[in-house]
Design a protein around this ligand. Structure first.
Ligand code: BGC
Length: 851
């Protein structure tokens, strides 16, 4: 009986189980089906409203509750879990530019994998990063979020980084496509750029992210490209991303950068980020009803959003936090430390002053050495030195400051500290107006007037006359203070300042936009045509009782944010005496300065000059103690011309993350041998930059002309014949390397395959790593080509005295250029020179091949 019952049970179960399966497990839930089949099934089950609901996102991808599709949480990178402080504390990794400075592909993968853990520990599934825009100009204040000036380097570092993230189950979003290379007026500026420059310089990292790393999503830039907003640019989205590169994932706008419904959908946008104005039911349903948009187009958009999620299995496990990964993670702290060690670049080291040999005392001076970061909402804290500001800013668990790192590395030394000059110095000045109007009232007489198209003052009635107590303004688009003036306006402030001391007067202006400063009837600063952010100051000789008339005029032509500030002080008020006293008494000085999150953040450009006072302080320190080592923080090149030839050693810290101080200490003491190399060129003066004149002097046309074309970075300096301060790829080590025995073999002439081999020896007494760089030069071509272009590199770790045989491959794309008329990549057969070196300016081996 028992046996019979059991048999009957088995037969019944066997018969009904497929029915139960299909009732419980719908095709889109079955892992055995392909992601495409699953998405097709899911989309087929969704109502039109459910689909439309998915087309908008902020820090969540929206789900479909009825069908059990959860929402996915997203977080900004690219320096760790960010998102404007909303996601709590997290590991603050070095900047993306630091990762590029490591030139270490394996490290990029490892860091990507640890990022994935950081995301999982918080139950976040989508990463808004990495950024791979090209470092075109040092003034772009988002350069620290990107991977440098060279398209090959940026591609090679982005690919393993994205793989590290996605292979560990987090969806990456490469951003901001494309030519979003300045922050000034970023919402409205049009990048006027040639097809060849796009193909050779600006597209490659995005293309590599799509085709080699299989990135799941792409974020479009805020800007316009050749007159069309990126997020409704058919050529970029439909032709390039979808048709030419075969991208199947999500195309989203940047935050608030969707500008239309029909145009955006037709151009190929899938997701509106940050706003809920265009890809919603109210806008879409009527367009669908009247046939302007087909439901199949909505299906494709939803498919593009869901496909990468299914590919990464995001819906195949609960979307909750992975409790096996701690949010405060020692492994991540260690990774941040290792990344910092490989990202700090030793640029200058005269007579081997570094590593420091058992100093008995060190004076640590400078605003970035000991910033105030202890706060619950670090986003708002000025002076953090672990990162630039904006959406990438992480709220860290802790930060090892440079001061702490130096103390830890030199336990025997007496370490003293002084800030020297504050990076907040100029802001304090602005809040203290001592001006009077010509009628003797406190403040400045202000006259705001509208401008007509020609730039002339309008004769109409729209003007405002008032007394402003101080000049400290930032007007966002539509700000009530200036709304009545229309899109273009001029403001003139006039006042009198009376000197109470026998001292010169310093006047500071920092502004985004054009301005002119007249003192006592003479123009002392003329930045009428500037469209970028500039910090300027002048010294006005004065004495007690003297009065000076000051007139500041500002022009804005619908550029946002409009910003202008003015401050003043007596020249002798800047007091370096305590810092200099410490410097004199110490064996050596480490000056830690540069920029920080309050000076470099998205939405505005930054100045090429250092913050006020740093130049003068460094020069005074060198006089007080010639053993002054400079460690600069910041997202790229800055003006060092006043002192660079006088300091014995310089390190560029970039933004080294929470463990930057530890890494600096270990490098100064020699326990870590520096191995980073510049991922950008450092110009001696701004005028040397290939972007100068093509960047911020565009006379308010809301266009930025990429006149330098493909000659970006080292390509541009070499063409102009200008020797930069430090070349692309430059970086020193405490050991030395010899290159030898170059051999070049064409392994496949038709396919343009070349094997490059050589020996590299660590000829010094310390273990170290060398980044060997391979450049290609095409001596004869139908079109103008750069003198050399990076086409491969390797980071080789060598014990002292060790020799390694290095082999690198070049494929045909290393020799091709983009033909502007044929609209195609072309390989012109003939002779090519192969240059192997330690930087773009330090070629050690050269040979030629024929293809
Ligand atoms: C930035 C993006 C960021 C987004 C969300 C935008 O302002 O440009 O990079 O992902 O905000 O925070």
């Amino acid at each position: 009986m028992n046996y019979l019952r059991k048999t009957l049970y088995i037969v019944v179960v066997a018969l009904i189980s497929p029915l139960c399966m299909s009732a419980q497990t719908l095709p889109f839930q079955q892992k055995t089906l392909s992601p495409r089949e699953r998405v097709n099934d899911l989309v087929g089950r969704m109502t039109l409203n459910e689909k439309i609901y998915m087309l908008q996102s902020d820090f969540f991808y929206r789900g479909c509750e009825r069908l059990g599709i959860p929402c996915l949480e997203t977080a900004d990178g690219p320096l760790g879990v960010a998102s404007w402080g909303l996601k709590g504390r997290a590991t603050a990794f070095p900047s993306q530019l630091s990762l590029a400075a490591s030139w270490n592909r394996d490290l990029a993968y490892r860091i990507g994998a640890i990022y994935a853990k950081e995301w999982k520990a918080r139950g976040i599934q989508v990463f808004y990063g990495p950024g791979v825009n090209i470092y075109r100009s040092s003034k772009d204040s988002r350069n620290f979020e990107y991977m440098g000036e060279d398209p090959y380097l940026a591609s090679e570092m982005a690919v393993p980084f994205i793989q590290g993230i996605q292979q560990n189950g987090i969806l990456a979003t490469v951003k901001h496509f494309v030519a979003n290379d300045q922050e000034f007026d970023r919402y409205h500026v049009s990048s006027e750029v040639s097809e060849r420059a796009l193909q050779e310089i600006y597209y490659p990292p995005f293309k590599a992210a799509i085709q080699r790393a299989g990135v799941g999503a792409i974020m479009m830039g805020y800007n316009l490209v050749n007159g069309v907003y990126c997020a409704q640019n058919k050529q970029l989205m439909s032709d390039v991303l979808r048709r030419k590169w075969g991208f199947q994932g999500t195309i989203m706008s940047d935050w608030g950068a969707t500008h239309s419904t029909l145009e955006s959908v037709r151009a190929g946008l899938d997701m509106e980020l940050g706003t809920f104005d265009y890809l919603n039911q109210r806008q879409l349903l009527p367009l669908i009803k009247f046939g302007a948009i087909k439901t199949s187009e909505i299906d494709s958009m939803v498919t593009h959003i869901l496909l990468p999620c299914f590919r990464l299995g995001l819906f195949d496990k609960p979307v909750s936090r992975d409790l096996s990964v701690p949010t405060y993670n020692e492994e991540a702290n260690q990774a941040a430390y290792e990344e910092a060690c490989e990202g700090i670049i030793l640029l200058k080291n005269n007579e081997g002053i570094l590593p420091l040999k058992s100093p008995s005392s060190i004076a640590v001076i400078g605003p970035n050495a000991n910033p105030n970061v202890v706060s619950d909402n670090c986003y708002d804290v000025k002076g953090c030195s672990y990162g630039g500001g904006g959406s990438s800013k992480v709220n860290p668990w802790y930060v090892v400051t440079d001061l702490e790192g130096i103390k830890k590395a030199f336990p025997q030394a007496q370490v003293s500290y002084h800030e020297g000059v504050s990076n907040a110095y100029k802001r304090r000045l602005f809040s203290n107006s001592v001006f009077t109007t010509s009628q003797g009232k406190r403040g400045l007489q202000a006259c705001y007037v509208s401008l007509v198209d020609s730039g002339k003052v309008s004769t109409g009635t729209r003007s405002i006359n008032q007394i402003d107590k101080q000049i400290d303004f930032r007007w966002e688009e539509g700000a009530s203070a200036v709304r009545s003036l229309g899109a273009a306006y001029q403001v003139e402030w006039k006042g009198v300042i009376a000197s109470e001391r026998n001292d010169s007067i310093l006047i500071f202006v920092d502004a985004q936009g054009g301005y002119r400063l007249d003192v006592d009837g003479s123009t002392v600063i003329d930045k009428r045509h500037s469209q970028t952010f500039a910090n300027q100051w002048v010294k006005i000789p004065s004495r007690k009782g003297r009065k000076h008339t000051v007139c500041l005029t500002y022009w804005n032509r619908n550029c946002h944010p409009a910003e202008i500030r003015m401050g003043w002080d007596y020249a002798h008020a800047v007091d370096y005496s305590e810092a200099l006293d410490l410097a004199r008494k110490a064996d050596c000085v480490v000056f830690c300065g540069g920029l920080d999150a309050s000076l470099e953040f998205e939405g505005t450009d930054r100045s090429f000059e250092l913050p006020y006072g740093q130049d003068a302080l460094i020069q005074a320190l060198i006089k007080a103690n010639p053993r002054t080592i400079v460690a600069m923080h910041g997202g790229g090149a800055m003006d060092m011309s006043a002192w660079i030839d006088k300091v014995p050693a310089l390190l560029h810290m970039l933004y080294p993350g929470q463990e930057g101080g530890t890494a600096l200490g270990q490098i100064l003491s020699g326990k870590v041998n520096p191995s980073a190399k510049l991922p950008f060129t450092m110009e001696r003066k701004w005028e040397d930059s290939p972007a100068c004149g093509n960047y911020d002097e565009t006379r308010m046309l809301r266009k930025v002309f990429y006149r330098e074309g493909i000659y970006v970075g080292y390509r541009g300096y070499e063409r102009k014949g200008i020797k930069p301060l430090f070349a692309f790829g430059h970086g020193l080590s405490y050991t030395t390397f010899a290159y030898d025995n170059l051999s070049l073999v064409v392994t496949d002439k038709k396919k343009g395959m070349v094997k490059v081999a050589f020996d590299i020896t660590n000829t010094g007494r310390q273990d170290g790593a060398e980044v060997v760089q391979l450049y290609v030069h095409d001596p004869v071509a139908m079109v103008d080509r750069p003198y050399k272009e990076l086409k491969n590199f390797a980071k080789v770790f060598l014990k002292a005295g060790e020799t390694r045989h290095v082999e690198m491959l070049l494929r045909d794309d290393a020799f091709k250029y983009y033909h502007p008329k044929r609209h195609a990549w072309v390989l012109e057969h003939g002779k090519f020179d192969i240059l192997v070196g330690a930087s773009s300016a330090d070629v050690r081996l050269r040979g030629s091949i024929k293809l």
